[in-house]
Design a protein around this ligand. Structure first.
Ligand code: SF4
Length: 444
């Protein structure tokens, strides 16, 4: 039987990057990537623990796979990602259909586990072997040849916000060696990648020491800048405490760094930030905002907001709304607080459901109206778009502007990989629609 692997990826960019690297790894032992859900001999769910009821959603997904393969050979069923790390062998006990549970810091073991797999023996790998993992993947070519690619520079978190499971699922902060990151970037650029997004749970906490020199994310950005074929640089997700001046300076020195920063604040109330153990204040955040706006008034922000964190009063909520009005975030994520087992906030008393829903609606109304206003401001203007791909089944192209807006327009696929001018004719909350103004390549 042909060895085919299918990976269904949930959650953040880290998981998307990891899934690609898992493909790169299992290819070495003869697995081919399949895009079809129902003809894999190995089915991997790369899971996310951020959303509510994450564990139950995974069991639900496994149920779907079971039905799908009812009359076919059962695939080797693997649970990877943060739910695998958090639940570990419990998953094997509760759902016999699952064969292997593997956490994010054990992916270097995946080939060995698959080679030794027998139907009788279930396997669980959830050690925090981050260094070994990256050493292993440093030796395997990154074959991603999309126009825009993620590149992990850092993993894990030491900050322990009281609501978050990341320090438990991804482990302590680890920064990859500077030269290994640059080697991988060079590989990606040779593959045709034009935009690199540096990623990590605390990406701007990146800190790597060699020969008594400390390399920060600003050094990575400055070095990436030198690749002439690379058009754009982004990074995510950042923590306000690590927005150091050397990084802020990159916004004046770099021509390729996008003028758009996703910088989560979570709440506009200092009291709530303290309860969350965020280790920064609203004033720290505003200070970063003002410094960046001074460098370039066109820099825009997006953020994450947790609404109705335990203890949030009407006054605290009002302060969040005031902050949103001041910063005018163009694109943000907002959720009602829901507890994650094992975190400090899990034991706290929840705020009434109706009050929470009402606060969420009020928050999202303002966020969405900012978003629409921003999108409308592009109408009848020509903007630079990095063309990423053709839309399946349509004679249309998909690309993004500097602010990460999706841009959809008619065009020839010869434009893929180029930055072209698109005149925006209309928009909705999520996308801009337009037509190519000219076919000349432009600088980012
Ligand atoms: S800094 Fe981010 S990843 Fe770390 S604990 Fe806080 S929310 Fe989670």
């Amino acid at each position: 039987m042909e060895k085919k692997v299918f990976i269904k990826t949930f959650g953040c960019q880290m998981n998307e990057y990891d899934s690609n690297r898992i493909y790169d790894s299992v290819k070495k032992i003869g697995f081919k990537k399949t895009e079809k859900h129902d003809d894999a001999s190995c089915y991997i769910l790369n899971t996310c623990h951020i959303r509510d009821k994450a564990k139950e959603k995974v069991y639900h997904e496994v149920g779907r796979v079971k039905k799908l393969y009812n009359n076919k050979n059962k695939p080797i069923m693997i649970i990877a990602g943060c739910v695998a790390q958090a639940e570990n062998e419990e998953m094997l006990k509760r759902e016999p259909y699952i064969d292997i549970v593997i956490g994010p810091q054990s992916y270097h073991k995946i080939n060995k586990v698959l080679k030794n797999f027998t139907k009788k023996e279930k396997k669980e790998e959830t050690d925090f072997d981050t260094i070994k993992k990256f050493e292993y993947f440093d030796k395997i070519k990154n074959t991603n040849n999309k126009i825009s690619s993620f590149l992990t520079i850092q993993e894990g978190c030491d900050k322990f916000c009281h609501f978050c499971v990341v320090p438990f699922t991804r482990g302590p902060e680890y920064s990859r060696p500077f030269n290994k990151i640059m080697n991988e970037a060079e590989e990606l650029i040779k593959n045709g990648v034009k935009e690199i997004t540096l990623i990590g749970q605390n990406v701007n906490a990146y800190s790597y020491e060699k020969n008594q020199k400390i390399y920060r994310i600003s050094n990575l950005i400055n070095e990436l800048e030198k690749f002439s074929e690379l058009e754009r640089i982004r990074y995510t997700t950042s923590h306000p405490r690590d927005m150091t001046d050397d990084l802020i300076d990159c916004y004046s020195t770099s021509k390729k760094l996008a003028p758009f920063l996703h910088l989560p604040i979570q709440s506009g109330s200092n009291k709530i930030l303290k309860l969350m153990n965020r280790k920064h204040t609203v004033e720290d955040y505003i200070n970063i905002y003002e410094k960046l706006k001074k460098i370039n008034p066109l820099i825009e922000f997006s953020s994450d907001f947790i609404i109705s964190y335990p203890g949030e009063t009407e006054q605290d909520f009002h302060e969040t709304i005031e902050l949103i009005k001041k910063v005018k975030f163009i694109n943000s994520y907002s959720f009602i607080f829901s507890s994650r087992p094992g975190t400090k906030a899990a034991k706290l008393e929840l705020i009434d459901d109706e009050i929470s829903k009402d606060r969420l609606i009020k928050t999202q109304n303002i966020l969405f109206s900012n978003q629409i206003k921003m999108n409308k401001s592009f109408e009848n203007k020509s903007i630079d778009v990095l063309v990423e791909n053709k839309i399946d089944g349509q004679n249309k192209l998909f690309g993004r502007n500097k602010y990460l807006n999706s841009v959809i327009f008619q065009g020839d696929k010869k434009n893929i990989g180029k930055i072209i001018k698109v005149k925006i004719e209309s928009c909705n909350k999520n996308s801009l629609f337009g037509k190519i103004e000219d076919n000349k390549m432009r600088a980012a």
